[in-house]
Design a protein around this ligand. Structure first.
Ligand SMILES: [Zn+2]
Length: 320
């Protein structure tokens, strides 16, 4: 009982000593008025709002991507057509086919695809979803490496061989340096992709003319995308020369129709993917609500019927 009382008293003495010193120092302090510091909150723009806030480069509201697989010889004729109409192509190649080619013919390939995007399609065109993880990794990484060695620039795009994949493949893609991958599932909405690793094209080239006309007719106050995919060898996949030429005439007409439109940005899949990614990384900063471009590419913000540049590192109020 005596011990408990002793500790209680000790506690009381300590507490009163501490209170006394605080009161002393408080008297010496000169209290300055504190300015309120504005709280800056960075907010990401919701994905669905991106298409309505930005435009494509040059204030354009429409973009066109032409994406062709397998790297057949017919790509050369298709590229000559694209060049004639100022259209850019994205070509997904299987580097396994390079083994039979000489250094000279590989150098020639570089010339054939110049000005267009070369993108991955796996080394040997397997069904990726049936392979173990280590083989998936080899198919994609080795394809990227070999394409980079021939074409001389980083390859970060892909289309799935046969258009198929599973969750394991999807989960692996970012660590394999893939930033977008195209499927073969039609999405005729003309909306921007929600997930660049499951990028559904608008249509196959076989129905390209119909969807190109629809795309031209459709007017929306937001960014729209026409994404046509196919294989250049399909144009020659006919019984007679006349039938083959008819197929080539169809794709030529698609190019004619789209090239006439001044509100369409002809782009590669990687250019559109980079643009969308940069727009997704833009944040609004409170309290003034400014848009901040933290990417390395110039974005365009929609302002009435035109676009206003938002350069890397620049801030801009959302135009009204
Ligand atoms: Zn293929």
């Amino acid at each position: 009982m005596k011990k408990i009382l002793f500790f209680l008293m000790g506690g009381i003495i300590l507490m009163s000593g501490s209170c006394a010193s605080e009161t002393k120092s408080a008297k010496k302090k000169v209290v300055k008025p504190v300015k309120p510091v504005p709280v800056v909150v960075e907010t990401k723009i919701e994905h669905d709002k991106i298409a309505g806030i930005f435009t494509f480069p040059g204030g354009k509201l429409k973009a066109l991507v032409m994406s062709f697989d397998d790297g057949p010889d017919q790509d050369k004729r298709l590229i000559e057509m694209f060049d004639k109409y100022g259209i850019k192509g994205t070509f997904h190649l299987n580097s396994g086919k390079f083994a039979a080619k000489s250094k000279t013919s590989l150098d020639l390939l570089k010339t054939v695809y110049a000005g267009h995007e070369v993108s991955a399609h796996s080394v040997s065109h397997p069904h990726l979803e049936f392979l173990p993880a280590s083989k998936v990794s080899n198919e994609i990484l080795d394809d990227r490496k070999q394409l980079e060695a021939v074409f001389g620039y980083p390859i970060h795009g892909m289309s799935y061989p046969f258009g198929t994949y599973n969750q394991m493949v999807l989960d692996m893609l970012p660590s394999l340096g893939i930033k977008y991958s195209r499927t073969v599932t039609m999405d005729t909405s003309f909306h921007l992709p929600k997930n660049l690793l499951v990028w559904n094209p608008t249509c196959h080239s076989g129905s390209g003319e119909y969807w190109a006309k629809k795309f031209i007719e459709t007017k929306r106050d937001e960014m729209m995308l026409l994404f046509i995919w196919g294989h250049a060898w399909e144009f020659d996949n006919a019984a007679t020369d006349a039938a083959k030429e008819k197929n080539w005439a169809v794709i030529d007409n698609i190019c004619v129709l789209l090239a006439k439109e001044t509100d369409i940005w002809p782009a590669t899949a990687m250019e559109v993917a980079d643009y969308i990614t940069a727009a997704q990384d833009v944040v609004t900063k409170s309290p003034d609500g400014m848009l901040v471009n933290s990417s390395e590419i110039t974005l365009w913000v929609k302002s009435k019927d035109k676009g206003v540049k938002l350069k890397p590192g620049q801030k801009l109020a959302i135009p009204k």
